[in-house]
Ligand binder design. Structure first.
Ligand SMILES: [Zn+2]
Length: 368
């Protein structure tokens, strides 16, 4: 009985001609969550088969039908399922391995998942999927960021010794709690741990989207670099705040319009520049903000221009029509207002921005 359940849980259909597969209820999607269609069935019969979605003459998906029936992401997943021009019969395959062949390790994962579900009560508990990294334990944040062998590799690189009882770490929050409250760790170390956890998470997502898996050393390096940048940026910010208090202060734009402040930073040792944009409304509330790091080394004027351009594209993207662009570069301010000729290195970009400004209802420029 257990083995039957295991098999039922572990197999899915591989689409051939689709005539054996029910669109709703059967497992036939290649994605690893449930393998079933999540889009609600609207007007088609419960018994409708996948073959109805395939043009049997051309052996192609009926794209219009897919777009009409399914959520966009699900339609995209289906469009990505290859169909053989020979339209072979549908086949049951083992879902838990990439090649569709049975493996003991993947069966063990599924058995663990089932066991978890039985232990915790079937209705109340949605078992976490099994960790893709090691395939052995449920993918809780505690496992993913702390106890998984992949996570251990990262922490070993950091040479971080935290006397934490692994059996009590079920989530990342447990870990932080134990570090901050029980072990009274230095806040800076905890910040580093958070940052590295983020690096792991980020890389996990990159891998899922076809990116490269980074080793522990890389993740630690990336997180440390990020923290350095963050520190540099916040120090810069507090300097600016002091300057603001001493000198001019930010003034709000007219009613129903927005003020955009952009700024930039040059990270010479990393051969990169950073650009930040903040959008505030007429009572000073922050409506939107963005920042971007660009891995090329630009001169001061070039990067200021880039901050302007990114700012304009950003507000256009979020649908703002009435705005004041405020910046501290007099060269760019004067060029945008047609008061002087811009340096030739940025003339094309300035021209492009002036053209872009025509698409807004009203744009004004202010220099601080
Ligand atoms: Zn794992």
């Amino acid at each position: 009985m257990a083995a039957q359940n295991l098999v039922r849980e572990g197999v899915r259909w591989r689409v051939g001609n689709g005539s054996n597969i029910h669109i709703w209820g059967d497992k036939w999607l290649p994605t690893s969550s449930t393998y079933k269609i999540a889009s609600p069935r609207q007007f088609l019969h419960q018994d409708t088969r996948v073959s109805e979605l395939i043009d049997q003459d051309s052996a192609r998906w009926k794209v219009n039908v897919l777009d009409a029936l399914f959520f966009p992401y699900e339609a995209d997943v289906i469009k990505g399922i290859p169909i053989s021009s020979s339209l072979p019969p549908d086949k049951m395959i083992w879902a838990a391995t990439p090649n569709g062949k049975f493996s003991v390790k993947s069966a063990y994962s599924i058995a663990m998942r089932q066991a978890n579900r039985v232990d915790q009560g079937p209705q109340m508990y949605q078992a976490a999927p099994v960790c893709e990294g090691c395939g052995l334990e449920a993918e809780t944040t505690g496992h993913l960021f702390w106890t998984c062998p992949r996570a251990r590799e990262v922490w070993t690189c950091l040479k971080l010794v935290v006397p934490v009882d692994n059996d009590r770490i079920f989530s990342l929050l447990d870990l932080l709690w134990s570090m901050l409250v029980e072990e009274s760790q230095n806040v800076e170390i905890v910040a580093k741990v958070v940052c590295i956890a983020w690096a792991m998470w980020r890389n996990q997502n990159e891998v899922q989207h076809g990116g490269q898996r980074r080793n522990g050393k890389d993740k630690v390096r990336w997180a440390s670099q990020y923290m350095e940048e963050y520190k540099a940026a916040t120090e810069r910010l507090s300097c600016n705040e002091e300057a603001d208090e001493a000198g001019g202060t930010w003034s709000p734009p007219p009613a129903c319009s927005f003020k955009i402040n952009g700024d930039s930073a040059i990270f010479a040792n990393q051969k990169a520049v950073g650009v930040g944009v903040i959008v505030r409304d007429d009572i000073g509330r922050i409506e939107a903000a963005m920042s971007k790091k660009i891995p090329i080394l630009l001169g001061a004027v070039e990067v200021e221009v880039m901050a302007y351009e990114i700012g304009l594209l950003f507000v256009k993207d979020i649908g703002i029509h009435d705005l004041i662009m405020e910046g501290d570069s007099l060269i760019i301010h004067r060029a945008m207002c047609d008061m002087s000729t811009p340096p030739s290195s940025v003339a094309v970009v300035i021209q492009g921005m002036q053209d872009m400004c025509k698409e807004f209802r009203r744009v004004m420029f202010s220099h601080v």
